[in-house]
Design a protein around this ligand. Structure first.
Ligand code: SF4
Ligand code: SF4
Length: 289
């Protein structure tokens, strides 16, 4: 089972949920945690993994052989990111815009494109103290593209049957979030009951519905803001899987890098229940119950 934890808005408690879900399930399951927030990874601050493996993260940038290129323009046509432009008798490559998707190479009828690996960061793998297989990516500060490193990070993780893989998504509703949630079985959307929370939640719902990915909501900091999020979810029939009230003790502990289930152990059972609800939803929609 692959579960992504996402939120339209940054700072809503996504990593808090992802790490405590992993810690609550690891006693009885094989659990992997992938921190896909490669621009600002922070799950390691809660789980304290020991890293044993480093893999360079790369993006493959096209290089065009002018001897073979017939200037047919097919590569320019298929590039969705405007990273290739035909200027006079040359195809120009703009590496900063390239997502390394390989589409131009695939579609070149002359085999005129070679892909040159370009380092963009690092992937570190290890084990967190509770037995969680932990992987995160770190994008080099000057690099603009997060999606290739997320793609590579996900490819490295070959989950066996019965493994629960939890993906901590980047914030926002950008390409890197789409790359993170692609192919998962379920997305937990963490939100807070404020107008900003609702606005960003709606954006994420739109993306997940387009991608036909199942989801449910966790409301964090319940008690601040207003009832608009609840009203909206009720109208849409969207399940609220768990509620975490606003609590100064939780806020203090999280700021100090303590997992939620260490701050208040009652949450261990709540996270196990959260996973059971996700299992029921996915099994029901797969027609297995
Ligand atoms: S698709 Fe190949 S042959 Fe056509 S313009 Fe691009 S590089 Fe040249
Ligand atoms: S690899 Fe993809 S993004 Fe990069 S130039 Fe080719 S088609 Fe465009």
């Amino acid at each position: 089972m692959k579960i992504a934890v996402a939120s339209g808005k940054g700072g809503t408690g996504k990593t808090m949920v992802a790490t405590s879900l992993a810690l609550s399930l690891v006693e009885t399951n094989q659990v992997k945690l992938l921190d896909c927030d490669v621009e600002a990874p922070n799950a390691h601050l809660f789980l304290h993994p020991t890293f044993t493996q480093e893999v360079p993260a790369i993006i493959r940038i096209p290089k065009i052989d002018p001897e073979r290129c017939t200037l047919c323009g097919k590569c320019v046509e298929v590039c969705q990111f405007n990273a290739l432009v035909k200027v006079g008798k040359t195809i120009m490559v703009f590496p900063q815009l390239c997502h390394g998707c390989g589409s131009c190479t695939w579609n070149c009828p002359e085999g005129a494109i070679e892909e040159i690996p370009n380092p963009i960061g690092l992937i570190e793998k290890g084990r967190a103290f509770a037995g969680i297989d932990f992987t995160h990516g770190k994008l080099t500060l000057s690099e603009p593209m997060a999606t290739p490193i997320i793609r590579q990070l996900k490819k490295l993780e070959k989950s066996t049957n019965g493994t629960i893989t939890i993906l901590d998504s980047p914030p926002g509703a950008s390409c890197s979030v789409v790359e993170t949630v692609r192919g998962v079985d379920f997305v937990i959307l963490v939100t807070e009951p404020t107008p900003f929370g609702l606005h960003d939640l709606k954006q994420m719902l739109g993306i997940l519905e387009d991608m036909q990915i199942r989801y449910g909501v966790v409301i964090n900091r319940e008690g601040i803001g207003n009832a608009e999020v609840d009203r909206y979810l009720e109208q849409r029939g969207i399940p609220v899987l768990m509620r975490i009230p606003f609590d100064k003790e939780i806020a203090r502990g999280i700021a100090a890098g303590e997992p939620l289930i260490a701050i208040n152990p009652i949450y261990r059972g709540k996270f196990v229940n959260l996973y059971q609800k996700i299992k029921q939803i996915t099994e029901k929609s797969d027609g297995r119950s």
